[in-house]
Design a binder for this molecule. Structure first.
Ligand code: ADP
Length: 495
């Protein structure tokens, strides 16, 4: 009777709904974009009602166009943009203001003040995070400090906080369920990843009443039921987008790693049952697991400019018309001709963490053509990812086993082969392109016995094997390091 699982994938720019069958294949999909609100430079907001309305619309469209009866759906899983903060009235269900989105920088000053007070180490030890405006705690504090009457209402227990998963579940259950899962909780900066509880000291530090916070559950269990077009269907999976992708890629064992090559690149490596705290600027995060399973952790690092360097070739340099053309032109030359591009357009992240670094192109000679530059741009995505992989290698106590890939730019075979070569790792690109939504579907399906175990070995993958001789790899990496060095900011450049 039950033949399908529905995944709700609530991203930063659009809400998508995807229906999966018993083999976790996509049966139907619908996507609705919602408005981005930029009230001031550096500020980013979403209207929580837009998020809900668009998620709801995509859900009904996805089911309606599939021809599937809602009664055939065994469960619903949610995956979402992380860190974005919503605060609403417990009784009326009305948000007190727009959601403050993860990208929003308005709380940078709150974080800098805490850093000056010397709170950074304590926060890192408890949460695995760097003191930064990305995370929810500062955003909640900002709302309570700036929205008229909000703090008094929060102290009287009238307001609730949630990341986007919590908000959606609360709306979908008509206000009966106020929960989140560990993968979202650990991005708020209020959750202690060692004890797996909300942390009183952190809540005091950010001046946030604990009565606002949702109950924290595992990523795969029944949280409640929703009315899905007349059918009662369990809500039974939650994971933040990156951890959902890690799960959907089958990275369930220590040493398993995935890279999502989108506008930026997100790298996560499963580190097993103990949190690994980085000495190289990576974040420690909780991975998605079910109710009866021990908690797992992951190291996370990101590359700010990944596929975006290809958009730059297309839109600013006008070397190509379409991102996919980058492969065609890069293959016209046998290598990048000694050219390196470090696309530090907005500084460099892990492991360098230099916000003042700016991009460079090195190694230009008279013979360099557009094809060399295009090839160097593609290679820069792999080199930057390799820098994060190296940081993970030094932090982890285990070897990196598999490297699974997804995201728009993972379609580029030249880039995937170069990643395998430069990282000396086998790169596996699964045929399943919807790793994030599939992760949410698997978590939901496992909670209700719809999916048994992950049979990842059966998943068809394209394999890229490392083919580069060690000496040649070292030579190329040396050139890259030199190029990076030349773009890092120095004391003198501040003058
Ligand atoms: P996001 O989820 O961040 O919007 P996507 O996963 O949709 O990103 O990937 C889009 C990014 O990947 C863009 O930056 C685009 O330039 C890049 N991209 C897409 N296809 C290719 C390709 N074949 N080769 C190189 N880059 C690509």
């Amino acid at each position: 009777m039950k033949q399908y699982i529905l995944a709700l994938d609530e991203g930063t720019t659009s809400a998508r709904s995807i229906l999966f069958d018993r083999e976790c294949r996509v049966v139907s999909m619908a996507q609705h974009e919602f408005p981005q609100i930029y009230p001031r430079p550096g500020w980013v907001e979403h209207d929580p009602m837009d998020i809900y309305a668009n998620q709801y619309a995509s859900m009904t469209e996805c089911i309606a166009k599939s021809g599937v009866s809602p009664a055939e759906i065994a469960g619903v899983g949610v995956t979402n943009q992380r860190e974005t903060a919503v605060v609403w009235d417990k009784t009326t269900g009305k948000p007190v203001c727009n959601a403050i989105v993860w990208q929003c920088r308005r709380t940078a000053e709150i974080c800098e003040q805490l850093a000056r007070e010397g709170c950074g180490d304590m926060i890192a030890e408890k949460t695995g995070l760097r003191l930064d405006a990305y995370f929810s705690a500062g955003k909640i504090k900002w709302i309570l400090d700036h929205v008229d009457g909000a703090r008094a209402r929060a102290e009287r227990g009238e307001l609730l906080f949630g990341t986007v998963d919590t908000w959606l579940l609360w709306k979908l259950t008509d206000g009966r369920v106020h929960v989140t899962d560990r993968t979202n909780a650990c991005r708020t900066m209020l959750y202690n990843i060692n004890t797996c509880r909300w942390d009183e000291e952190l809540c005091r530090l950010f001046d946030i009443p604990m009565s606002m916070l949702p109950e924290v559950r595992s990523s795969s269990e029944i949280y409640g039921e929703m009315n899905l077009m007349g059918a009662r269907v369990p809500l039974c999976g939650i994971a933040g987008d990156q951890q959902a992708a890690l799960y959907g890629q089958g990275c369930l064992n220590e040493g398993d790693m995935k890279i999502t090559y989108g506008t930026g690149c997100f790298l996560l490596a499963n580190t097993g049952h103990k949190p690994v705290f980085s000495r190289h600027g990576l974040l420690t995060t909780v991975a998605a697991t079910g109710r009866d399973m021990p908690v797992q952790y992951a190291l996370e690092g990101s590359v700010f400019v990944g596929g975006a360097v290809i958009q730059w070739l297309r839109d600013e340099l006008r070397f190509i018309k379409d991102s996919a053309d980058s492969e065609y032109f890069a293959r016209k030359v046998k290598d990048s001709g000694g050219v390196y591009i470090v696309p530090a357009f907005a500084g460099l992240g892990a492991p360098h963490w230099d916000m003042r670094a700016r991009g460079v192109i090195t190694g230009l000679t008279r013979g360099v053509g557009a094809e060399h530059i295009i090839r160097a741009a593609l290679e820069s995505i792999a080199y930057q990812s390799e820098d994060v992989i190296q940081a993970m290698r030094s932090d982890m106590h285990s070897e990196i086993g598999s490297l699974k890939v997804d995201g728009g730019a993972s379609a580029n075979n030249l880039l995937m082969q170069f990643q395998a070569d430069i990282s000396n790792l086998q790169v596996l690109r699964p045929a399943q392109k919807e790793a994030t939504a599939a992760g949410a579907a698997l978590l939901a399906g496992q909670a209700v016995g719809f999916y048994r175990s992950l049979s990842q070995d059966d998943t068809p993958c394209t394999v890229f094997k490392p083919m580069l001789a060690a000496g040649e790899r070292e030579r190329l990496l040396k050139g890259w390091r030199r190029a990076v060095q030349s773009c890092l900011s120095s004391e003198e450049s501040d003058i």
